[in-house]
Design a binder for this molecule. Structure first.
Ligand SMILES: NC(=O)C1=CN([C@@H]2O[C@H](COP(=O)(O)OP(=O)(O)OC[C@H]3O[C@@H](n4cnc5c(N)ncnc54)[C@H](O)[C@@H]3O)[C@@H](O)[C@H]2O)[C@H](O)CC1
Ligand code: K
Length: 535
């Protein structure tokens, strides 16, 4: 390794340096104790969403090209896991349930690392390690050698477990190829009934990595530490019931792997960093274009005010709000930065001249709203966000006008179903969403926990920021406004949509660091935009 280069965690075992296994482990222990955070900051996460077949190939490719032995890779996976678990749960009692495949191997190696740094760990062999994978058996032997407590499943009674002990599930991971049956099924059911906090490693046992819909009983985790990449099955938000919160753990798979198929890509912090740039010193307001927001029917001024403030904070050069005449005063008082025009004053020229348009927040479903939507869609530039009531009106039209190419439509689940028709399960929903995007040549932003974006080419982007504090009225108006603001200067509409959902979620993540998740006001999100957009 080049001496000037900062080592990244997966270079702890550089392949060009032959390392004796146990010697390396001795180096690892102080790392866990002293600099876990530093190491994790350097982590590399792939943004690829993969199926089990490609994960397996990535695994083999990394072993060949980088690790030389599957045991080294497993050691690094367990090292990353042990750092996180040590950091967060070191004062708790842990019981690690191990299977007989490589997920079980991860569990035995994890137990060894935690045991060595003084954590209170019990290990249960749920399946016989001697009849399992070589890696599992080898890590079982190592654990035995250091005298850690290991019991067999039939010697252990879950009912007697202290409710404060954390259960760590390392029974099955990506290798499970059919639903659980018999004794194992009953065992997982018994564990699920316990009140204990539960952690799953890679996948909750029983979850089939490639299935959107889980056909059988699955371990119900509060938290899943998934290795290296987001699995196909996580795409269905219903599976959050089993995974709990998902965290990604870098285990050092090589960066140069080319999968045969990618389900989609995650939108992460690096996306934000790559997209932001400083304004030129000689910029003027027109360089950043004007954003026109159309909505705010009688009694619904708040929606356009929030969308307008969000667009303004996201960087548009000029802002114009088109709303019901009755709302003129309130909007002008709340948003002195914006020009106001009433619905009656909206001309084709104003629509055509706007660099970006957001239509829908508080628009209502009146005849006037319908006319405004049709005129706007027929004359708007590509840079348009169609949100809220505009989606509902569009879905109800017998002969809807053509949506401008690459327009961004931002439905929540019910609005999405109005648009693409009723769906039966996640797979059907995703297929119909992709088909709609392709057919109409538009970008569909399906809002919810990890918002999912499909584009005109049928690609899928999945957001990783955000939390349940966003489940509140008004946050959608803010999102539409952020995207509208970004559309004024971000070159590609898909990038503006991805960046918008990421910033919106990230603002909520920042909020919950200091405020409770139930207390968020959409205005809090807007106040956080400036710092998040800082380059
Ligand atoms: N690239 C990575 O991400 C790495 C992952 N690692 C870990 O390895 C597992 C995958 O390991 P694998 O041995 O392939 O599978 P499992 O541990 O999930 O065990 C499957 C095991 O069980 C048998 N089996 C399958 N279905 C059933 C069933 N219904 N009932 C009983 N038994 C079943 C099957 O034949 C296998 O023997 C991954 O999740 C990670 O945790 C590596 O540690 C590092 C690289
Ligand atoms: K597991």
């Amino acid at each position: 390794m080049d001496a000037c280069m900062k080592p990244s965690p997966y270079e702890l075992f550089p392949p060009e340096v032959p390392i004796v296994f146990e010697k390396v482990e001795m180096i690892l222990v102080p790392v866990i104790l002293s600099s876990a955070v530093k190491i994790r900051r350097n982590c590399y996460f792939s943004n690829m969403i993969l199926d089990a077949h490609n994960i397996k190939n990535w695994d083999s490719h990394s072993i060949k090209s980088k690790w030389q032995s599957s045991l080294y890779l497993m050691e690094n996976a367990a090292l990353s896991l042990s750092q996180i678990i040590h950091e967060n749960y070191r004062n708790k009692n842990l019981v690690i349930l191990c299977g007989s495949g490589n997920n079980g191997g991860d569990g035995y190696a994890l137990a060894r690392m935690l045991f060595k740094v003084g954590c209170r760990v019990d290990v249960i062999s749920v399946l016989d390690p001697k009849r399992g994978s070589n890696e599992c058996n080898s890590n079982y032997q190592k654990l035995l050698e250091i005298g850690a407590p290991i019991s067999q499943r039939n010697e252990w009674s879950p009912a007697k477990l202290n409710p404060k002990t954390i259960i760590v599930d390392c029974i099955f991971g990506t290798g499970l190829n059919r639903p659980l049956e018999g004794e194992l099924l009953a065992f997982i059911q018994e564990i699920n009934d316990l009140p204990n906090y539960k952690i799953a490693v890679d996948l909750p046992s029983g979850m089939l990595a490639d299935e959107y819909r889980q056909p059988g009983v699955v371990f119900k985790a509060d938290k899943t530490f998934t290795l290296q990449c987001f699995k196909r099955c996580f795409l269905n938000r219903e599976n959050l019931l089993y995974t709990g919160e998902i965290s990604m753990v870098d285990i050092g798979l090589s960066k140069d792997f080319k999968p045969s198929h990618i389900e989609g890509r995650l939108i992460t912090d690096s996306y934000l960093k790559n997209m932001l740039s400083k304004r030129n010193v000689n910029s003027e307001k027109r360089d950043f274009g004007s954003c026109l927001i159309i909505g705010g029917a009688k009694g619904m001024a708040g929606a356009v005010i929030m969308a307008g403030k969000a667009a303004w904070r996201s960087g548009c050069g000029l802002l114009m709000i088109c709303a019901d005449e009755d709302n003129r005063q309130i909007i002008q008082a709340a948003l002195p930065e914006a020009m106001f025009i009433s619905f009656e004053e909206l001309t084709l020229e104003t629509i055509q001249k706007a660099r970006s348009i957001v239509i829908g927040p508080g628009l209502g479903k009146s005849q006037k709203a319908k006319e405004l939507l049709i005129t706007t869609l027929e004359n708007a530039p590509e840079n348009i966000v169609v949100d809220a009531d505009a989606i509902n009106i569009y879905s109800s039209l017998e002969e809807p006008p053509k949506l401008p190419r690459k327009s961004i439509i931002t439905p929540h689940k019910r609005e999405l179903e109005r648009l693409i028709g009723p769906t039966h399960g996640y797979e059907d929903l995703l297929n119909k969403q992709k088909a709609f995007s392709k057919f109409h040549g538009v970008i569909l932003v399906s809002k919810g926990p990890y918002t999912q974006i499909t584009d005109n080419l049928g690609c899928l982007l999945v957001n990783t920021s955000g939390n349940a504090s966003l489940a509140k009225g008004g946050t959608g108006d803010v999102l539409a406004g952020i995207i509208g603001g970004l559309l004024c200067f971000v070159p590609k509409n898909i990038s503006a949509a991805a960046l918008g959902v990421y910033i919106h979620g990230k603002a909520a993540d920042e909020w919950v660091k200091s405020g409770s998740d139930g207390s968020l006001s959409p205005l809090d999100l807007i106040n956080l935009i400036p710092t998040l957009l800082k380059t």
